[in-house]
Design a protein around this ligand. Structure first.
Ligand code: DC
Length: 224
């Protein structure tokens, strides 16, 4: 664990809950760095698919994750020097990411990379286990949820907006399967971290969710 004199805000929650958008806006508002930890699992999955690695071959996948050559430059993500663009947002890559994320050796291989994002003046980290495993001493922990229907609708719009094909029935089924896999796995299952504030955004705008997280952060910061 790195020293947490640098403040960290963790935003965990299920897929398509809007946490990525909320987390990046909170990071912008606070002038903090931003870690999209799901992108690291997606990048590992994409590399595995590209290299023809079996998605159950834990040792080979962990080796791949350890040597992941990734750079985040603003909105751009470079994998081995090549821009990946929206490829990692494809539903098939998300499903593969959820499968490899259940493997403890893959999770362990990505810990150091995630801790490396911590730098002054602060970090907002988004994922599944940011508050429970990666940054347990975070100043503020949020668990962001939304109903499965609201999340399927958001994911549908996101995929169509990026030019990917999408089908609501298949998306609902995918989300339910991924929720079950992320929640029931042994290694770092998806659940609210101890002391996390719960935020259900089913009926909330993004701006309202961001405002709530910032209000909680100001409250937490004033107590430190
Ligand atoms: O947040 P996302 O949909 O981009 O994440 C993709 C997958 O990666 C998700 O199904 C579970 C996994 N993941 C994880 O296990 N732990 C994290 N901290 C982030 C993502």
């Amino acid at each position: 664990m790195p020293s947490l004199t640098i403040p960290v805000v963790t935003i965990d929650g299920p897929t398509a809950s809007g946490k990525g958008t909320v987390a990046s806006l909170v990071a912008q508002a606070l002038g903090f760095a931003f870690l999209d930890s799901g992108a690291l699992y997606r990048l590992t999955a994409l590399s595995a698919i590209n290299d023809g690695i079996d998605l159950q071959d834990e040792a080979a996948l962990a080796l791949l994750a350890t040597g992941l050559d990734v750079q985040f430059i603003g909105e751009k993500i470079l994998l081995s020097g090549q821009e990946v663009g929206d490829q990692i947002r494809a539903e098939a890559v998300g499903v593969a990411a959820s499968k490899i994320a259940a493997l403890p050796a893959v999770r362990a291989a990505l810990v150091g990379l995630q801790h490396g994002f911590l730098k002054a003046p602060g970090l907002v980290a988004d994922g599944r286990d940011m508050g429970s495993v990666i940054f347990p001493e975070a100043r503020l922990k949020v668990f962001l949820t939304a109903s499965v229907e609201a999340r399927a609708e958001r994911r549908y719009k996101q995929l169509i907006g990026k030019g990917f094909p999408a089908n609501m029935t298949a998306l609902l089924r995918d989300l339910q399967e991924r929720d079950a896999r992320d929640t029931n796995r042994q290694a770092a299952p998806l659940k609210p971290a101890e002391g996390a504030h719960l935020l259900d955004t089913s009926l909330m705008t993004i701006d309202a969710a961001v405002a709530q997280v910032l209000a909680w952060y100001r409250e937490a910061a004033s107590q430190n």
